[in-house]
Structures are given as structure tokens and as C-alpha cells.
Design a protein around this ligand. Structure first.
Ligand code: XUL
Ligand code: MN
Length: 400
């Protein structure tokens, strides 16, 4: 029998029925937080390969998304296809669907932030913090939205004009203040327009100095803040200056406090760079620097698609989950965030499906990662029988 998944308003029941085993996993809405209750009821004795992994239930993941992930369907060629919803509605959806945290751009938290005084920013951030506390939802991070303002048309930190570079830095410092008010020590920096459309328009060597100078100002502004750089190789730029995790971690070493500069991996961004996101995860975690994660999917080298996790390539998704598992991602409080968007065709009544589906796929792949036959894999690797190993992975993903 095929496994079936049922999603209630705030419960996930995973029933996996096979010849020898049936697992019934019931977890309450807060199931992925440290103190959450988790009930595993085994109706039948599972096979040896399944049992120890589920018995151990190594650790529970906490999940997160941002208000922009309940988007309205606009693309460069057409307008919205769903009516705008309020922030309160989005927060209610997040809670109803059993998520643990929300991530925020600075102006998701304080709309129209540039027109507001420091006192207003503080007041509105604190009001939001209260709303989040009342809902039992954490703020995972804040991120400065540096790519919308006319002052950042030709880049923020790497703009050729010193006045405009100063704007980008000042906006980032305010975003750090918002993070502090919301109770998080993490700021994510997607360096959207830090790159060039044509090679000759900027001095790439000097731009490295500009980036380090900006990061140093942020680190000096708040002694506790941790900065997570989110690399992306292109879009909106032709070429970005920080396209991969290697670039992000290298630039961290040039700052005044490398320990507080880490990274965020987005699956689609790694794929756009021609890399395997699982290898990027292993690399970042070897440095202890994967502080956040945007899982999603991407069908080859085209515009940034932000597809549901596993939607384009299940095996690449499986390997990301395995990499997270083997490195203990989440054990130090990190969240699994889904930076996914609904398809433009999505009807309002199906608006949360891309998020539910991403988490469901993640949990099913987690089950696959925890029941992967490591012993047989080890023997096949020792025998250099990669054809058999390859097929074993495929059979495991296909199931019975
Ligand atoms: C852009 C992207 C952003 C960042 C947050 O591709 O992924 O949404 O994650 O600024
Ligand atoms: Mn992202």
C-alpha cells in the first residue's frame, strides 16, 4: 500500500503502511519545538531498518516562512492573481498550519520603514513583537529589503556613489535594531543588487572592500548580531559578487569579527550557481556557519522559481535532508524555512498548499533519510559498486 498523508488544520498524521510495518506518527501543532509532545504508535513491528531510526527520533525540526511566501501571483509579465491579505491574516495562517516562526524583511515588520523615525520604528517593532508573543510565534530573522528603493538601482553597499552606499548601510543598521526589538540576533543579507550588469561599470576589487566595510559597520553597531549572507549568483544582476557559500564564508574572514558572519543556503540559488545544495550544506556546516536555510526547488537554469521543496528534483531534495541530518542542523535552534511561492495559477482557497506540501515532502524525505540502508550503502561504496548504490537510492525513494 502507498503511504498516505493527511493534513489537518494543526496536526500532521503520517501513515506509512507497508508489508511488514505500519507507522502512525501523531504530533501536535507545536511538535517540532524542544518541549513538544511526540507520540509514536507502532501498530505493527517495523522492520529492523526502520525501527531504530524512528525509536530514536533524533531531533525535531522547527519550521518557518515569511509573509512574502503568501504572495499574490504577480510576475514581470502580469499583475496579481489573488487579492492582497493583511499581515494578521498571514500570521493566523502560519499559526493554524503549525509553523513555529516567521522571517521578516525590515519593511514586513515596519511598513514604509524609510519614512519613519527611530522612535516609530521602535514602537511598531515592539507592537509586532507583542503580537508574535501572543500568537506563540518567534521571529526567526530580519533582512533589509535593499533592492526596491531608487537609491539602490545600481546597488546598495557596492554602489559607485558614496552617498547611496551610506543609505544602504544606514538601512541595514535599522534592520538590526528591528531584529533586536523582535527578539532575534540574526540578520539575513541577500546581496540582491551587489553585482553588475556589465563588467566595466564597477570595480569588483573595490566592491569587496565596500562589502567588508558595510559588514564591519553592522558588526560594530550591535555586539550580539549575527549576519547570515544569502548568496545567489544572478537575478536581478547578470553576475553577483557573492554567488556561492564559499564566497560568503571567504568574505566573512575579512571582517572585524568572522565568528559573527555566517550564511544562509537557498536550494534554488545553489542550483542556479550550478551547484548541489546538499554539498553547499555540508560545506557551510563544516565551518559551523549554516545559521538559516531557505528550502525550495528550481527546474534548471532559468529565472528564480521558488518552487515547493522537492517539486523539481526529489533526489536532490533527499540529499539536502540527509546533509541536514548528518550535520545536526536545528540542534542549535536553527529553523527550516521554506522560501517558496504559490504558482501564479493558484486559487485563493489553495493558497497555503505550497507551504504545506513543502513541509510534508521534507518530513517524508526525513523518514527516507532515517530509513536509508546505511550498512548496505557502506558495502557498495567499499566495493566501488556505484551503479548498485545509485539504483539502491532510486528504489528507496520509489518505495515498495
Ligand atoms: C531572493 C530571496 C529573498 C531572500 C530574503 O531570491 O530569496 O527572498 O530570501 O531577502
Ligand atoms: Mn531566500
Amino acid at each position: 500500500m502507498r503511504p498516505e498523508y493527511f493534513q489537518g488544520s494543526n496536526t500532521v498524521h503520517a501513515c506509512s503502511a507497508g508489508r511488514d510495518a505500519r507507522l502512525y506518527v501523531r504530533q501536535d501543532a507545536r511538535r517540532y519545538t524542544g518541549s513538544a509532545s511526540v507520540f509514536l504508535l507502532f501498530f505493527f513491528r517495523p522492520p529492523a531498518t526502520v525501527q531504530p531510526h524512528f525509536m530514536a527520533m533524533k531531533h525535531h525540526y522547527k519550521f518557518c516562512f515569511g509573509p512574502w511566501n503568501i504572495s499574490e501571483g504577480q510576475d514581470p509579465y502580469g499583475p496579481t492573481t489573488r487579492p492582497a491579505q493583511s499581515f494578521d491574516w498571514k500570521l493566523a495562517q502560519l499559526k493554524k498550519h503549525g509553523y513555529d516562526a516567521m522571517m521578516f524583511h525590515d519593511d514586513d515588520a515596519v511598513p514604509d520603514i524609510d519614512s519613519k523615525s527611530d522612535a516609530q520604528v521602535r514602537k511598531e517593532s515592539r507592537e509586532l513583537k507583542k503580537k508574535l508573543d501572543d500568537a506563540g510565534v518567534a521571529a526567526e530573522m530580519t533582512a533589509p529589503r535593499l533592492w526596491f528603493d531608487p537609491r539602490t538601482i545600481d546597488g546598495g553597499f557596492t554602489n559607485n556613489d558614496p552617498k547611496l552606499r551610506r543609505y544602504a548601510i544606514e538601512r541595514s543598521l535599522r534592520c538590526i535594531d528591528v531584529a533586536r526589538y523582535l527578539g532575534t540576533d540574526l540578520m539575513v543579507i541577500w546581496l540582491a543588487r551587489e553585482g553588475s550588469y556589465i563588467r566595466e561599470s564597477k570595480n569588483a576589487r573595490r566592491c569587496v572592500d565596500y562589502l567588508v566595510e558595510a559588514l564591519d559597520k553592522m558588526l560594530a553597531h550591535d555586539k550580539k548580531i549575527r549576519l547570515s549572507i544569502e548568496p545567489k549568483p544572478n537575478e536581478p544582476m547578470d553576475h553577483a559578487y557573492v554567488p556561492t557559500i564559499g564566497h560568503a564564508l571567504a568574505i566573512a574572514q575579512l571582517t572585524r569579527d568572522p565568528k559573527r558572519v555566517g550564511c544562509l543556503i537557498e536550494s534554488a540559488h545553489a542550483i542556479l550557481a550550478g551547484l548541489d545544495p546538499a554539498d553547499e550544506i555540508d560545506f557551510a556546516m563544516a565551518f559551523g556557519k549554516l545559521w538559516s536555510l531557505h528550502l525550495n526547488d528550481q527546474n534548471g537554469l532559468k529565472f528564480d522559481q521558488d518552487k515547493p521543496f522537492g517539486s523539481a528534483n526529489l533526489r536532490v531534495a533527499f540529499n539536502q535532508v540527509r546533509a541536514l541530518e548528518r550535520n545536526g542542523y536545528g540542534k542549535r535552534g536553527e529553523y527550516v524555512c521554506f522560501d517558496v511561492h504559490p504558482f501564479r495559477t493558484t486559487k485563493p482557497e489553495h493558497w497555503m498548499a505550497h507551504l504545506d506540501n513543502s513541509r510534508r515532502t521534507f518530513l517524508r524525505l526525513l523518514e527516507k533519510a532515517r530509513t536509508y540502508d546505511e550498512a548496505t550503502a557502506k558495502k557498495l561504496i567499499a566495493d566501488r559498486n556505484y551503479a548498485a548504490l545509485d539504483q539502491m537510492v532510486i528504489e528507496h525513494l520509489l518505495g515498495d
